[in-house]
Write a protein that binds this ligand. Structure first.
Ligand code: ADP
Length: 402
């Protein structure tokens, strides 16, 4: 079965065509500057096929972008399938499923209505995701099943004590203000891979999954279910990130807004775009730059990385306490998969809780590896995430059951 995976943004659209059963990637690419001057990138994964890199293709709307993707996939010379009939289903990444969706779903009219209802919760992301779905239906026809896979769904198993904010309760009941959590597709994928690596059923494992990238979140996964996670009502919560502040004392906002005569839009923009490791270092949101600058004696760059690592370490400890133990800690995403020094800084010094890092085994990047010692009671795992494969797997499962 071939699944086209679509991740639609407001002016961009990432896509992959893959077979989730054989885990074969057929093509991957990106439409950029939709509605502007249209740039199209296509990377077929079969021998002898040519890559197209940021070529000019008119894409006034997402529909032309999807059409460009289909044209490339079936192209006589550089295509990877003979016709559109070889696309069995489309899986869409959708950022916010509110408290309505606790798993992936076949898109129907009712589902589209529920997605519209979730727009206030993710006003920047959900409208683009909806546009992507509408464009696929318009171009591919109603016969090709479309499936929605939500960043929030995996976390719907959190108990009320983990997802409720200590605010007047009516803000939860009337306004849906609660912890939702994000990166759910990634956390779910690596939890499944961790179980496979350890040769155990995920139902028998307590896991702490650390998705550390430009956006970062840590999740406590007990018996395959998310029981707590560090992002909240929005992805602004939890760890300091590339440019996001993560958790701060909400009182700081009033103080700074009064002192510098800022309105709330300006304040929130600072928290989202000018804070995190970028804000502290005043240098970069990229951890590679910060690590290098730290080595060259830039104290704030070093501090920003230290703060980030310290935040992850504290979450590992608190989630182990929340679950009454932990069998494995997982590192994934850009930083988690690539930065040996940060993994060592985060998971080092945790011998008291049964975690002993293997400094040699840790000198690896981007491949599934156990990076704790053989006698470490708690295993530490490096697992490259693959959200597209997870979306394709969920899509295939839903479509196969139709
Ligand atoms: P996102 O998907 O959230 O944009 P990624 O998961 O791709 O982010 O992670 C991107 C981040 O990973 C970059 O900001 C960079 O700081 C970090 N990263 C990538 N490679 C390395 C590395 N070798 N060492 C440290 N950090 C790295």
């Amino acid at each position: 079965m071939n699944v086209l995976v679509i991740n639609a943004g407001s002016s961009s659209l990432k896509y992959q065509l893959l077979n989730p059963q054989t885990e074969t990637l057929l093509a991957v690419g990106l439409c950029e500057r939709i509605g502007i001057d249209g740039k199209f990138t296509y990377k077929p994964q079969l021998d002898g096929k040519e890559t197209l890199k940021a070529i000019d293709v008119a894409m006034p709307t997402h529909s032309e972008a999807i059409q460009a993707v289909l044209n490339a996939l079936v192209d006589e010379k550089n295509g990877v399938i003979a016709s559109m009939k070889e696309i069995d289903a489309v899986g869409h990444r959708v950022v916010h499923g509110g408290d309505v969706f606790s798993g992936s779903v076949l898109i129907t009219d009712d589902v589209m209505k529920a997605l519209e209802d979730c727009i206030p919760l993710a006003p920047l992301h959900n409208p683009a995701n909806i546009t992507g779905i509408n464009a696929c239906v318009a171009v591919m026809g109603a016969d090709v099943p479309q499936v929605g896979v939500f960043d929030t769904a995996f976390h719907q198993t959190m108990p009320a004590k983990a997802f409720t904010y200590a605010l007047p309760y009516k803000y939860y009941t009337e306004d849906k203000v609660r912890r939702y959590g994000f990166h759910g597709t990634s956390h779910k994928y690596v939890a499944g891979r961790a179980a496979a690596m350890l040769g155990k059923d995920v139902a028998d494992l307590k896991l702490v999954s650390c998705h550390l990238g430009n956006g970062s979140s840590v999740t406590a996964i007990d018996a395959g279910k998310s029981v707590d996670t560090s992002m909240g009502f929005t992805p602004l919560a939890g760890l300091p990130m590339g440019t996001r502040s993560g958790d701060i004392d909400a009182g700081i906002m009033e103080y700074l807004m009064n002192k510098h005569n800022m309105d709330i839009t300006e304040m929130v923009s600072i928290l989202n775009k000018k804070s995190g490791v970028f804000g502290v270092s005043d240098l970069s949101s990229d951890f590679r730059d910060l690590e290098n600058a730290g080595k060259d004696g830039n104290a704030e760059a070093a501090l920003s990385v230290e703060m980030f690592n310290y935040g992850v370490k504290k979450l590992i400890g608190s989630y182990a306490a929340a679950m009454g133990g932990v069998d494995a800690v997982i590192f994934t995403a850009g930083v988690g998969e690539n930065s040996a020094s940060q993994r060592l800084d985060i998971a080092g010094g945790l011998e008291f809780m049964g975690i002993t890092m293997d400094a040699e085994a840790n000198k690896v990047r981007g491949e599934e590896t156990v990076i704790s010692t053989a006698d470490s009671k708690v295993k530490v795992l490096l697992i490259p995430t693959n959200e597209e494969l997870m979306i394709a797997m969920d899509t295939a499962a839903i479509v196969s059951a139709l």
